[in-house]
Design a binder for this molecule. Structure first.
Ligand SMILES: [Zn+2]
Length: 264
């Protein structure tokens, strides 16, 4: 029996599962931690003494851990009373590439969501994606799926079936992508959009498959490097548009210039 399980659960205390998205040092030995939870969305919490060598909670509040937390409601930040790791996602600690991708998805989620907005679908997506990254499944695939599915879960899904400008069904040809307009433009409408970039038929097919059938269907296909790059740039551009700021971790990941590391 842990110390905190003897604390009666009263109105001030509540237990939740949570994934650690971000953390910063605070004061002498404390940490402020940003977590994502299934029923309460994103929370900012404080773990007092978490940086002390013998801290009971500190080891359960590492980056990307999925942990069970006992929290006490505070005036500004809820306070960690107890923490137990459910899944440390150990594989993220042994692969720099997987860790980089995990940082990227955590940052996107952090930037695209407000505090205390419940989104169980986004929580499940985060949990599943970290689990697969930790298991060394193709990080490009997991990350693109996360980006697309998160945009959909938050109501930012781009239009990929009809021209975002004229509304006509898109034909099987090279069309154009416009982050500003929120999706694909037909060749006739492309002329008026300065920021539009060409989008190949292959890239459109993969994104539609991702949208309609999800990760498993896309994972069965060998996607050429050029098409991977094209989709990655398009998603990054759209996410930049949504977050209105560069994604810091994406730049860091690119600057590492890692060799491809695929699991299949
Ligand atoms: Zn059009």
């Amino acid at each position: 029996m842990t110390e905190s399980s003897r604390i009666p659960l009263n109105e001030r205390l509540f237990r939740t599962e949570a994934i650690i998205l971000h953390r910063m040092d605070y004061g002498e030995a404390d940490r402020i931690i940003v977590v994502f939870t299934p029923a309460r969305g994103k929370l900012r919490i404080i773990a007092k003494g978490a940086r002390k060598p013998l801290s009971k909670t500190g080891p359960h509040l590492e980056f990307f851990h999925r942990s069970s937390l006992l929290l006490a409601k505070g005036r500004d930040l809820d306070v960690v009373s107890d923490a137990t790791t459910l899944d440390p996602h150990e594989g993220l600690r042994t692969s720099l590439e997987a860790f980089g991708h995990a940082s990227h998805i955590a940052e996107i989620l952090n930037r695209l969501t407000e505090d205390r907005q419940e989104n169980p679908r986004a929580y499940r997506l985060l949990s599943d994606s970290l689990h697969l990254l930790s298991d060394n499944v193709d990080p490009w695939m997991i990350t693109r799926h996360f980006e697309w599915a998160l945009l959909s879960a938050l109501g930012y899904r781009p239009e990929i079936y009809r021209c975002v400008n004229c509304g006509n069904d898109l034909q099987a040809e090279t069309n154009a992508w416009s982050s500003q307009q929120g999706g694909v433009l037909c060749p006739a409408c492309r002329g008026g959009a300065d920021a539009a970039r060409p989008m190949s038929l292959s890239a459109q097919k993969i994104v539609r498959l991702l949208d309609r059938e999800g990760l498993a269907a896309v994972a069965r296909i060998a996607i050429p490097e050029a098409v991977r790059d094209e989709i990655e740039l398009i998603f990054a551009d759209y996410l930049r548009q949504q977050t209105e700021r560069d994604l810091q971790s994406l730049r860091v990941l690119r600057s590492l210039d890692l060799p491809p590391e695929r699991s299949h």
